[in-house]
Ligand binder design. Structure first.
Ligand SMILES: *Cc1c(COP(=O)(O)O)cnc(C)c1O
Length: 430
């Protein structure tokens, strides 16, 4: 299957090209040319299938033409080495827990799938992944690619500007992961990566690629767990009038749910829950998409002022505001409200929300109608934001074993200035 650019000014790309390049030549986002609906028989018996069987069926619809069946099955099974359970929080509200992977956030799914697909396409030459991070992306990508043969990952992060828990998740890994500690801010890290991709001499020296979240191999696999959430709700006899609520920043996660819907996944409607960065919320209200600088919030992985995947959602619904508002509603929450929600939910139900999941939970509290059942994505484990969660809930949040394991490791990083010539010199020596 080919992929086209949302900007429509770039040539069609094969899956391999779309995965290796990430972004189209015209700076647009790649979209699959066709979205294949899955047969009714699949949905009729979905509750009897395993997570791996469900995910493989979905993966086959997207990637089956381009990846050999046995390899695709192995990629799916390797990716989903952990469960994504649906947990009851109230009579009407369920949590789709996406934090059971290696770095305790949903980005593990996309990062692990992309690493394995890239390896599949890249059997000959060694490929180098450059990723700039302000925290969470670096850990998901580094861990997703950890130990994957033929690929080396360089994670660039701003010195002293990521939390100790985040930092240890990509500086203690060793093997094919190198952490580069840049004496600067996140924007400097991003500039170094961008300059590297544009430097001819460097690109002649080594094969470079990005693992940006807009990559089709990172965002499409996220649809797997939405199908499996439906299967779990069906098992509980709660599959009618289901509302899926996704805490959103760059809108990749909700976008994969919408692709699932386009394949026939019977969710009734969707809610995009935002923190104070309310660009999509305002678009729904006014029909005008107006990016603005992001503001810092408690749910910092959603601090996005110009969500990239809006272009995909816009394209999916033929740029029609009325089609979009018919299916998707929005909500926006201040830090004060997020903290209040975390306290109330914990007090009333005993369920510990992280600041991102709290936006999703609250949106269901506010927008669910009589007779509907809501599922929100709990996008990260609360312990990832331990300082905040402890302060808000007044408790000592237990740290899961696999997170504690990272903290025992020894930090290894390469100090780097924010000067591109230094970074280039370093890479030329590799
Ligand atoms: C990345 C992230 C989000 C936002 O997801 P998008 O796909 O960018 O909308 C929400 N919560 C957590 C914990 C994240 O890491």
């Amino acid at each position: 299957m080919n992929y086209y650019s949302t900007n429509k000014k770039a040539p069609l790309a094969s899956l391999e090209k779309a995965v290796v390049k990430g972004l189209a030549e015209d700076r647009g986002l790649y979209m699959p040319e066709r979205i294949k609906p899955l047969p009714q028989s699949f949905f009729d018996s979905i509750q009897d299938l395993s997570f791996h069987q469900i995910a493989y069926t979905v993966a086959d619809a997207f990637f089956g033409e381009d990846v050999e069946a046995d390899s695709l099955r192995r990629i799916v099974e390797d990716t989903l080495s952990f469960p994504c359970p649906v947990v009851k929080v109230t009579d009407q509200i369920y949590s789709l827990e996406l934090f059971h992977g290696p770095t305790l956030a949903f980005k593990d799914v996309g990062a692990r799938f992309m690493a394995r697909l890239l390896q599949y396409f890249n059997k000959e030459e060694k490929v180098n992944v450059l990723v700039a991070t302000s925290g969470d992306t670096g850990s998901a990508v580094a861990n997703g690619f950890l130990g994957v043969e033929g690929i080396h990952v360089y994670v660039l992060y701003p010195k002293g500007k990521v939390s100790p828990i985040q930092e240890c998740q990509f500086t203690t890994l060793g093997q094919n992961i190198t952490a580069i500690e840049v004496d600067g801010v996140f924007d400097d890290c991003q500039a170094l990566v961008k300059n590297a991709f544009m430097d001819d001499e460097l690109n002649a020296h080594m094969r470079l690629t990005s693992a940006n979240s807009i990559n089709v191999a990172r965002f499409l696999p996220q649809s797997f767990y939405y199908f499996q959430a439906f299967a779990q709700m069906k098992k509980l006899g709660k599959a009618d009038d289901l509302v899926m609520c996704v805490p959103s920043g760059n809108f990749g996660n909700i976008c994969s749910a919408l692709f699932g819907h386009a394949m026939g996944l019977p969710f009734k409607r969707f809610i995009a829950a935002n923190n104070a960065n309310d660009i999509f919320y305002n678009y729904l209200r006014t029909g005008v998409y107006e990016p603005k600088p992001s503001v810092q919030t408690l749910a910092n992985a959603m601090d996005v002022g110009d969500p990239s995947n809006f272009a995909r959602i816009y394209e999916l619904y033929g740029k029609s505001h009325s089609r979009i508002t018919k299916l998707i509603s929005g909500a926006t929450y201040s830090d004060e409200q997020i903290a209040k929600t975390m306290q109330e939910c914990y007090g009333q139900t005993g369920y510990m929300l992280d600041p991102h999941g709290a936006c999703g939970y609250q949106a269901l509290e506010d927008l669910l109608q009589e007779g509907e059942t809501g599922v929100f994505c709990e996008t990260a484990h609360p312990a990832k934001f331990k300082e905040k969660v402890d302060r808000i809930l007044g408790i000592d949040t237990p740290i899961p074993a696999r997170l504690a394991e990272f903290m025992k490791g020894t930090k290894q990083s390469i100090p780097m200035s924010k000067d591109f010539s230094d970074f280039k010199k370093y890479l030329m020596e590799q």
